[in-house]
Design a protein around this ligand. Sequence first.
Ligand SMILES: [Mn+2]
Length: 349
Amino acid sequence: MISMRSARTLQQLGVTVCKRSLHHHHHHHHHDRRSVGIIGAPFSRGQSKAGVDQGPNVIRAAGLLHRLEQQGCAVKDYGNLTFEELDHDEPVGRVKRVRAVGSANQRLSKAVQDVKKDGHTAVVLGGDHSLGIGSIHGHAMAVGDLSVVWVDAHADINTPLTTPTGNIHGQSMSYVLRELQSKIPVLPNFSWLKPCVSAKDLVYIGLRDLDPAEHYILKLLGVKAFSMSEVDHLGVTRVMEETCDYLSAKVKKPIHLSYDIDVIDPSVTPATGTPVVGGLTYREGVYITEHLCQTGLLSVVDMVEVNPLRGQTEKDVESTVSTAVDVLLGCFGRRREGNHESDYSLPEP
Ligand SMILES: [Mn+2]
């Protein structure tokens, strides 16, 4: 059993220790060597702007895998999924490209289930945020009940009947929430999908651009949401403490983190499809993942809406992609104070 005191010393040294396990006296539960399974999902049909399908490759090219390995993770890259092009995908009501989004998410759900069966924490590199549907579904199929932390400028909870744009990347949460099942019409290529998340197991962080129907839904279902006003009022530290207290009040469920890069301020991450002013700082964006990592419960992480074609300059793209990488590294034990392997020893002269 590691005492709190030695745990603190280890943490001062930058050794990864699972705080929650220590609090609850479950020894042998800290994961010095996390295993990470990467799924590339170059999918863009949940919205209308070109380029977001390049996300997986630009994030890999920025050195994600190597840097995860450097910080002690065992990494397996499952490669990029391929998605079929559909000739006939006319809108259903207002909803655009339903069939393409339905079949892509079915494929992603299967891939996430496979990665979870192999025992990894899964990382889904998007692609647009419609991928949240298949990622969450696959996660729930693999592990059962889970908590969802949706970090985003937008709530992405319009239903097919309330969507002002018809883009499914603004509707993902409504498809997987049990409480909204009766509000979702039958859609082609979605018969595989069963709602799998309860509203009480969902927390939003960073909201600042909601449609009226979305705001209504959050109030109707009593969804826990920390908008940018709450981040300003409480500070990110308390937001994260309250998030984890809320989600683990009864049972500790695996956490699904769905991270939309547009939650961070566009001055830092401009290369994204729907930027909104007034977002998280780089530091707040990374802190969220450092805190969630410490719970030891992160089970699937989505990183979505990185779009290299939306940057005005090379520097815009570089800043967006490197921030996405840092956010992901924070999920897997990177500490800004520095890290070293637990068996590190100084060379003797
Ligand atoms: Mn989103």
